[in-house]
Every structure is written in C-alpha cells, then in structure tokens.
Ligand binder design. Structure first.
Ligand code: GDP
Length: 306
C-alpha cells in the first residue's frame, strides 16, 4: 500500500516520472551545445512527444531562442522557460467552479467517455459541496450500467445526498427531468447528473445527451448551467479528441482532469488549454473522497517541467 502523501507531492511524483523523461531529454539536448536550429528542433520534438501540442511546443521553442540564439544555455534555464510558458498557457483556464445559488438548483451535467472518472468525480464534488453547506441531489443518468448506478448510490450515502435512479435501460432524459423535480422538492442547491459515455455508439450517445439538455431546458432555460467533462490523464492525446467531440455535442464549459496521480502524461492538458481555453476546475489525484483538488497552473507547470 502506497503511503498517503499530500496531493501536490503525489502529483509531482507522478508527473516527475514523465518529466524525468523530459528532464533527461533536456539535459542531453542542451549539454555542451550552442542554441542553433538543430538544438531547437530537438527540443521542439521532445515537447511534442510530451503531448504539449505543436503550437505550444513552437511557442516555447521561440521563447527560448529569444536573446539566447547561438549561446549555451543550462538545463535549469530551459526548465524555467518551459515552466513559465506552461503556466502562462494554463493560468487563464485555472478557474474556480462558481455556482450561482441565487437561482437553484444549479444543474451540473457531467459528461465524458466511460472510465474517465465521471461517477467518482461526482462523488468527490458532492462531498466538497455538502461539506461547504451546499445541498446536493444526484441523478444516476448512466442508465446503461448497473455498476455506475450502484457506485453513485454509495457516493450518495457517503455524502448524505439523495440519489435519483431508475432501472437499467430507462430513458436518461426522463430520469433527468424527474431528478430536477426531486431537487426542487428537496430544495437542493445543486443537481449533479451522471451520464453514459459509450463512444462505441456515438450517434445514440449524442442524441441522448441532446435530449437530456432539451428536457432540462423545459424546466430552466439556462440549464444545465455547468457541463463538466472528465478527462483521464493516462490516455494522453486521446483526451484532446474527446474534448473535440463532447464540446460539440454537449456544450462542455468546464473540465476535470482525473488520474493525474497515476500517470506521466499530463502534458496533454497544456495542449487542451491552448486549443480549447475551457476552464479546468479540478484535478483528480486519487480514488478517495478527498482526492479532488482545484487546478493550480503554477504547481502543475513546475511538476511537468521537473
Ligand atoms: P466513469 O465510467 O466515467 O463514471 O468512471 P468511474 O468514476 O467509474 O472511474 C473509473 C475508475 O477510475 C474507477 O476505478 C475510479 O476509482 C478510478 N478513478 C477515478 N478518478 C480517479 C483519480 O483521480 N485517480 C485515480 N487513481 N483513479 C481514479
């Protein structure tokens, strides 16, 4: 059993594994070489391999060459520029999740591919909210998987939140509609709706998400107020494709990157931040109830740059 470490240290250790690649590469690229086109090209390739994205890699490389071209630069200086540029990219999207509790229930629809951590993130978020005195109703909208419904019920018990569920195969939009009424009746501040994430059947999934949104808007034209997508950090480049898809279908307006504790591939968040500019509200750093942390650009940048 791994010792329980503070989340930032765990994040550093996990990302440090990737940045030990990155750090190793930086050292071997820059040692005893002057900054010329070959060196810059090697550096850019390494950044692209670390999933940072072509545009960001080019920007960082340009930034490094400014005023340093033709000179020798230390690994430490390269890492400093790298961390600064990653922070510059991600700082604008490192935003807190704001809830307008004037108009309740605030509806949070959680979308994402199966296995990316939707249900777990909902549980952790419900815990954060209820502890802060914000009351929550949960809707088990992944009506395809018995395990997802059971998991959500467990989170409901842990957080003292009512879980609205229906038998497997039931219509998710009908469930969402009913859950809205239950949330109103409970006087809940927040309604969090889980959804299915079967990318195997994209057309059906899209139709289902669109229908859920449509029925919610019958109750409140501004619902869902937050459409949160979970991304699994261990999938690297795949996470980018998933945002491309779900943003279109479900109007995603916020992200959570999960499983940053167990992977070396968090660099993709930099590429996603640069391209989509969607708020990153939280990062998941473990399976436990407390393992959801606000996203901090500087910590993340320093952990990646090593
Ligand atoms: P869903 O299918 O999108 O609802 O995904 P789940 O919430 O069921 O999560 C899939 C698996 O990932 C479960 O075993 C979770 O415990 C695990 N998981 C979710 N978030 C994290 C995280 O931040 N870190 C780790 N290590 N595991 C996580």
């Amino acid at each position: 059993q791994a010792p329980k470490l503070p989340w930032l240290q765990r994040l550093r250790e996990a990302l440090g594994r990737s940045s030990s690649n990155l750090t190793g590469s930086i050292t071997s690229i820059f040692t005893k070489r002057r900054l010329d086109d070959d060196v810059l090209q090697d550096f850019e390739d390494v950044l692209i391999q670390a999933d940072l994205g072509v545009e960001t890699a080019m920007r960082i490389t340009d930034r490094l060459s400014e005023g340093r071209y033709g000179k020798e630069v230390s690994g430490g200086e390269v890492k400093r520029v790298l961390a600064e540029e990653i922070e510059r990219t991600l700082d604008p999207v490192a935003l807190p999740l704001e809830l307008d509790l004037e108009k309740v229930p605030h509806v949070i629809l959680v979308v994402g591919v199966n296995g990316t951590g939707k249900t777990t993130t909902i549980g952790k978020l419900a815990a954060k909210l209820t502890r802060a005195g914000v009351s929550v109703t949960l809707a088990a909208g992944d009506t395809f998987r018995a395990a997802a419904v059971e998991q959500l019920k467990i989170w409901g018990e842990r957080t003292g939140s009512q879980v609205v569920a229906r038998p497997i195969g039931a219509d998710a939009a009908g469930l969402a509609y009913d859950a809205y009424d239950v949330a109103v009746k409970n006087k809940s501040d927040v309604l969090i709706i889980d959804t299915a994430g079967r990318l195997q059947n994209k057309t059906e999934l899209m139709a289902e998400l669109e229908k859920i949104i449509r029925v919610l808007q019958k109750r409140d034209p501004e619902a869902p107020h937050t459409v949160l997508q979970t991304l699994d950090a261990t999938t690297g480049q795949n996470a980018m494709n998933q945002v491309d898809i779900f943003r279109n279908v479900a109007g995603v307006n916020g992200l959570v990157m999960t499983k940053l504790d167990g992977t070396a591939r968090g660099g993709i968040l930099v590429a996603i931040g640069a391209k989509h500019k969607l708020p990153v509200y939280f990062v998941g750093v473990g399976e436990g109830i407390d393992d959801l942390e606000p996203f901090k650009a500087r910590d993340f940048a320093n952990a990646i740059a090593g």
